[in-house]
Ligand binder design. Structure first.
Ligand code: SF4
Length: 332
């Protein structure tokens, strides 16, 4: 068995896991995942992380605690920029340092820099740095990365076909014969938010499945092709320089224009500065298009019963509206 590389199931896990898994596996490493988020992970994250951090960053700390004693390395890349001339939230920039300062007795951290602000050249050096933990051969590293990138593209294709990341991760290794987005008469709700809030079943309290189980078709930002989302977000009067913002706003605008949407649910972490701007822009646009909008703000104190009630009330309203939309109101 190769050396064990621990990958925490938090933050950008749902965005890049297939890429990193394939890369390190090709280099002979054994991948160890933290457990899925649960109460213990949440509690350990809250107790080790600084109070000011948002919920997903606290949860990430919990995942590191869960992994640290059973791996040879922890993989915590330092994300600076994932798109030319754009940034992502500064919390990602300081993540490896935050972890080192908050949690004791850590194994060595592979903290390669992901910085595509100026060009893609930087990524080559980072990949080489990451690969050298396992082999001195540049040829092996390059071949492992090329192979991993192909898997990653396959994964993104699955997401664009309407498969949610939790399912796509399970199936990305198999042949591609999958369902596409349903095109029936069921109500359609777009669920917006950062991937680590939407797809982490504990953080989101399983909001995707809860809504889907009520006979609603769901659409999430990851189901929209990136170029299309960028085209729509470029229509904003000012350039959106946060990559997550561009993705969330662009995919919401694309869906609002292209299909008849019945509602929007935005899942946001309490205190997230980026979300406070995104959801305001999206809510204004949804009001203009008369699409019902609701916001679920989550933190470590959020109770599931309250979330369930909000979702049920929202869905009842949407179903009632859909049933009666052909009626002419007494006001004309
Ligand atoms: S974008 Fe918001 S939710 Fe995400 S890490 Fe930054 S502050 Fe937290």
């Amino acid at each position: 068995m190769g050396q064990k590389v621990g990958i925490p199931q938090g933050l950008l896990f749902f965005d890049y896991y297939p890429l990193w898994k394939e890369f390190f596996s090709e280099l002979g490493a054994e991948i160890v995942l933290s457990s899925k988020t649960n109460k213990d992970i949440l509690d350990r994250g809250v107790s080790t992380c600084v109070d000011e951090a948002c919920l997903p960053v606290k949860v990430f700390h919990g995942h590191v605690c869960d992994l640290k004693d059973r791996v040879d390395y922890l993989f915590i890349p330092k994300f600076i920029s994932i798109y030319k001339k754009e940034f992502i939230c500064p919390k990602f920039l300081g993540l490896p340092e935050m972890i080192k300062n908050s949690i004791k007795d850590l194994p060595p951290i592979i903290d390669i820099h992901i910085d595509l602000r100026k060009s893609k050249i930087n990524i080559v050096n980072s990949i080489i740095k990451g690969g050298k933990y396992f082999t001195p051969s540049l040829i092996k590293i390059s071949s492992a990365y090329n192979k991993a990138f192909k898997y990653y593209e396959k994964y993104i294709k699955l997401l664009n076909q309407g498969i949610i990341p939790m399912d796509a991760i399970k199936m990305y290794n198999s042949s591609i014969t999958h369902k596409t987005k349903d095109n029936d008469n069921k109500p359609k709700i777009m669920i917006l938010g950062h991937s680590y809030n939407l797809y982490d079943e504990h953080i989101s309290m399983n909001v995707i499945k809860k809504i889907n189980n009520k006979g609603i078709n769901i659409i999430t930002p990851e189901m929209i092709d990136e170029n299309k989302a960028r085209k729509y977000s470029s229509k904003l009067p000012k350039r959106m320089f946060w990559s997550f913002g561009s993705k969330i706003i662009g995919s919401a605008f694309a869906i609002m224009e292209e299909i008849k949407l019945d509602g929007i649910v935005y899942v946001s972490s309490f205190g997230c500065g980026i979300d406070s701007i995104l959801l305001d822009i999206i809510e204004r646009r949804s009001r203009k298009e008369t699409i019902p909008f609701t916001l679920l703000t989550i933190d470590e104190h959020t109770g599931e019963a309250g979330v369930n009630t909000r979702i049920e009330a929202f869905i009842d309203m949407i179903k009632w509206r859909k049933k009666n939309e052909a009626h002419i109101s007494t006001h004309g």
